[in-house]
Ligand binder design. Structure first.
Ligand SMILES: Nc1ncnc2c1ncn2[C@@H]1O[C@H](COP(=O)(O)OP(=O)(O)OP(=O)(O)O)[C@@H](O)[C@H]1O
Length: 255
């Protein structure tokens, strides 16, 4: 079997007539900062949901840090920290309460969970939002509190769906530093993103998913092959279709 901190073998997911993930294989090396990229609808979120015990695959296997995710979801969630796409959380809690509660669910003593929550929210610049309910947070604040929840139990493998989406540049810099520190300390990070420049700057490995399977994977240098990751991405995704002479009616809005 392929080795890695997170290994997907032959993953399949079908939604009705849509084959969202089609016999997908992926091996994320331990200690890597791994980017997952692909066009809209390529199957990234579906793959990450199956890889983290949130969505049961129709076929295939996922092993995280030696744990077969779908054979033992509870154990897998001990080693995994997950920021899902869209935060289906208890958003009637305040930020510190939510992160502390998440820590408690992972078995942390109350005082430890509370102090980790305060520290994480402070680092992520949410310290001043302590009185606000998560339901009233902005999109970027929700991402950050979700990241705090993913980190509170000090997981081995972090899986983050679009962690930088809606996050301001200052917080983005903090999150990048945090993820680098996490891997320097022996953890593994998988991030999905649409921002190629960010993936090139942050990640050491990358996989490109198109139509539900991996079409290129390796170190960032291997995948971009001397050009930019963006050019390689467009090429692997089938190229831009342009406007094809359409939308001419938009011009009338200026008159
Ligand atoms: N709950 C669902 N029910 C039906 N179809 C779904 C569902 N979730 C995803 N799909 C379909 O599965 C395919 C893959 O979707 P997915 O969200 O995994 O893509 P993605 O790569 O994360 O896209 P994006 O970059 O736009 O977020 C798409 O065709 C999508 O329409």
């Amino acid at each position: 079997m392929t080795t890695g901190a997170l290994v997907c073998e032959g993953l399949v997911k079908r939604y009705g007539d849509t084959l969202a993930v089609d016999r997908l294989d992926l091996a994320v090396p331990a200690g890597s900062l791994f980017g997952l990229v692909g066009p809209n609808g390529a199957g990234k979120t579906t793959t990450l949901s199956m890889a983290t015990g949130l969505l049961r695959p129709d076929a295939g296997r996922v092993v995280v840090d030696g744990v077969d995710v779908w054979a033992d979801v509870v154990r897998a969630h001990r080693v995994l920290g997950v920021l899902p796409d869209g935060l289906a959380v208890l958003d009637r809690l305040r930020g510190p309460e939510l992160v502390e509660y998440t820590g408690r669910l992972h078995g942390l003593p109350r005082a430890e969970a509370a102090s980790r929550a305060a520290e994480l929210l402070d680092v992520l610049d949410l310290g001043d939002a302590g009185r606000t309910l998560v339901v009233d947070y902005s999109a970027g604040m929700r991402k950050k509190v979700g990241l705090a929840c993913a980190l509170v139990h000090a997981p081995r493998v972090l899986v983050l769906d679009e962690p930088f989406e809606a996050v301001d540049p200052v917080s983005g810099t903090t999150i990048r530093a945090l993820l680098r520190r996490f891997t320097a300390d022996g953890g593994t990070v998988v991030v999905s993103s649409h921002v190629m420049a960010l993936v090139e700057q942050l990640c050491d490995h990358v996989a490109v998913i198109v139509s539900g399977h991996v079409v290129a994977a390796g170190t960032v240098d291997e995948v971009r092959g001397g050009g930019s990751l963006e050019d390689r991405f467009v090429e692997l995704s089938g190229g831009s279709r342009g406007l094809g002479g359409g939308l001419s009616w938009l011009a009338s809005s200026s008159g």
